[in-house]
Design a protein around this ligand. Structure first.
Ligand code: NAG
Ligand code: NAG
Ligand code: NAG
Length: 217
């Protein structure tokens, strides 16, 4: 037997399974229908400039097809090198836990993108974690009506921390290493963050024209 095979045989395989989420992950934009022929998913990081570019384009794309043709789901995937991204992501979970409307949830994400540059690594270098949390809380209060105190407390809550981690683990499980990352009907599409609605339509229109019977149960 070649030496390398012997070596590999001696390395114990340690693989821990990511927890199975009790509900599907992500936030569906504008009531995208589960019956829509096109299910598009975007993994985004609220602190990522390329995601800020893609965000309005993806929403416009979903609007242009409508909820019965295209269901757009956003997954929140904070990247480690955007140091405040994790707090921004916890904010999404905090708002879900506070049972805000989907409208307010998307308003929060809009506001975080709009104010993104204030939360980059450099401008926040001298801020404490608590100061960053309070700045996001101010923004969440304005955008989603939640009490700033309630939001700030949620960002220090271990349950919110746990659910935020689960979303990240889903992204890792799907092989997502950067943002934005796109999937159409489960398949990774190497699109660019600045692709226009027209460029996306070049990918999606032919799919809609393809005859592909579905078994209706
Ligand atoms: C959440 O909000 C919805 C609609 O605003 C309401 O019907 C529901 O009872 C609320 N759930 C909880 C747990 O507060
Ligand atoms: C977000 O940006 C707006 C201007 O676009 C500014 O008025 C507001 O104070 C900022 N909010 C926070 C919490 O930094
Ligand atoms: C997107 O970005 C790439 C690389 O920066 C650039 O070459 C391309 O022209 C851009 N496309 C659009 C539609 O702006």
């Amino acid at each position: 037997m070649p030496a390398c095979l012997v070596l590999f045989a001696l390395i114990p395989v340690i693989y821990s399974q990511a927890p199975i989420l009790p509900r599907p992950d992500g936030y569906v934009y504008h009531n995208g229908s589960p019956e829509a022929p096109i299910h598009m998913e975007a993994f985004i990081d609220l602190a990522c400039p390329d995601c800020k570019t893609a965000w309005p384009i993806l929403k416009k794309l979903a609007d242009s097809y409508g909820p019965n043709k295209l269901r757009m789901t956003f997954h929140i995937n904070p990247l480690v090198y955007h140091r405040q991204a994790y707090y921004a992501a916890m904010g999404v979970r905090a708002l879900v836990a506070a049972n805000v409307s989907v409208h307010d949830l998307f308003n929060y994400m809009d506001a975080v993108f709009k104010n993104q540059s204030e939360f980059y690594n450099k401008p926040t270098l001298k801020m404490s974690g608590l100061q960053v949390i309070q700045a996001y809380a101010k923004l969440a209060h304005k955008a989603a009506g939640i009490s700033a105190m309630k939001f700030a407390n949620a960002l220090q809550n271990s349950g919110i921390d746990h659910t935020t981690r689960l979303s990240s683990k889903l992204a890792w499980e799907r092989g997502v290493t950067g943002t934005p990352s796109f999937f159409i009907n489960g398949i990774r599409v190497i699109g660019q963050s600045n692709w226009t609605v027209k460029q996306w339509k070049k990918v999606i229109d032919p799919l809609l024209k393809t005859k592909f019977p579905r078994l209706e149960l």
